[in-house]
Design a protein around this ligand. Structure first.
Ligand SMILES: Nc1ncnc2c1ncn2[C@@H]1O[C@H](COP(=O)(O)OP(=O)(O)OP(=O)(O)O)[C@@H](O)[C@H]1O
Length: 313
């Protein structure tokens, strides 16, 4: 479990993390999303005691990182895959980590096997590691102490499709073992497949903390399509839906597209009015659409081309 309470970090006049309070629960994958510069890495660094909060607290299993006696056994993290000495082999890097945390040497070979690095790959020097090998080595380091809490900052960066799928399965299985898995990514399609819960931040502030399905269904891009062969009935239904705070658009001769009202509500209203329906279907937003809508006002750096969906700040 990771607990953030009023967590705040300022760099000079800029507030990178602004009064964040949340619980990142065990047994599920929590995706950590936000535009560039939103404060994700800074938050993770504070959990690991690498940055000191200006206010508030970040706790791992109820304790500040700096008070943990064997930190690698409590929390494992992949923050920067390049954090290995260029002249050191992957295996000796892990051996040094193990030694300083009282972890037996055999565990190094276990985690190397878990991440699919053989002896030759593990014997390569840091400077010669490919991006994918570096990521795998970083993940091996995170798993070394068999910790109940794991944090990964953009773990699929630069990985090929096999690597991406492997990471997804690893995250899922770590969560299924009851661990806390907190992972940041900009790949929405991947997050939609991997995460159970989402934490979205923008400009250091919490925007959403909800299950993936809830984030998607709350999006205005999620819409109900309703078709009827009875034009008068459809018009009456449109009127009632508008009164029920739905946004109704006529999208065809016999068709309405409704947002802000659930499919059940539309079906119940149609039944009440005695309107015959030929279709009642939901068009779900993608996580990407929902995310763009949520963060439209928090994007610090954006190009000039128009984006579909969300509003512009
Ligand atoms: N050491 C530092 N000194 C000054 N400013 C910093 C420092 N580290 C981070 N920042 C600033 O804090 C803000 C948050 O940065 P952070 O790297 O945490 O965002 P992020 O959400 O991880 O972004 P990205 O998705 O681009 O990795 C940014 O405005 C960044 O420039």
């Amino acid at each position: 479990m990771i607990t953030l309470r009023g967590l705040t970090k300022r760099f000079g006049a800029a507030t990178a993390v602004d009064n964040l309070s949340l619980d990142i629960e065990p047994g599920r994958v929590t995706g950590f999303l936000g535009p560039n510069g939103a404060g994700k890495s800074t938050t993770m660094r504070m959990v690991l005691g690498l940055d000191r909060p200006c206010a508030g607290q970040a706790l791992v299993n109820g304790r500040p990182y700096v008070t943990l006696r064997h930190p690698l056994r409590e929390v494992g993290a992949l923050l920067d895959a390049k954090a290995i000495h260029p002249a050191r082999s992957g295996r000796s890097h892990l051996l040094a980590m193990a030694r300083s945390n009282g972890i037996p040497t055999r565990r190094v070979d276990e985690v190397l096997a878990t991440v699919g690095l053989d002896r030759t790959a593990a014997g390569k020097r840091g400077r010669t590691l490919s991006l994918g090998m570096g990521q795998r080595l970083g993940i091996a380091g995170a798993l070394l102490g068999d910790p109940p809490v794991l944090m990964f900052d953009e773990p699929v960066n630069g990985l090929d499709p096999d690597g991406v799928r492997w990471i997804r399965q690893l995250m899922r299985s770590l969560a299924a073992e009851g661990r806390t898995v907190f992972v940041s990514s900009h790949l929405m399609s991947e997050m939609q497949l991997t995460a159970d819960q989402l934490v979205v931040i923008g400009r250091g502030k919490l925007i959403a903390d909800a299950p993936v399905a809830e984030v998607i269904s709350a999006s205005s891009v999620t819409a109900v399509r309703v078709r009827s062969p009875q034009p008068a009935g459809l018009a009456a239904l449109a009127q009632r839906l508008t009164a029920a705070t739905g946004q109704v658009e006529t999208t065809g001769e016999d068709e309405l597209t409704v947002t802000g009202v659930s499919r059940q509500q539309v079906g119940d209203l149609a039944y009440e009015l005695g309107v015959r329906l030929h279709e009642l279907s939901v068009r779900s937003a993608s996580l990407e659409e929902a995310y763009l809508e949520l963060t439209a006002d928090s994007v610090e750096y954006s190009g000039t081309s128009a984006r579909s969906g969300g509003r512009h700040a």
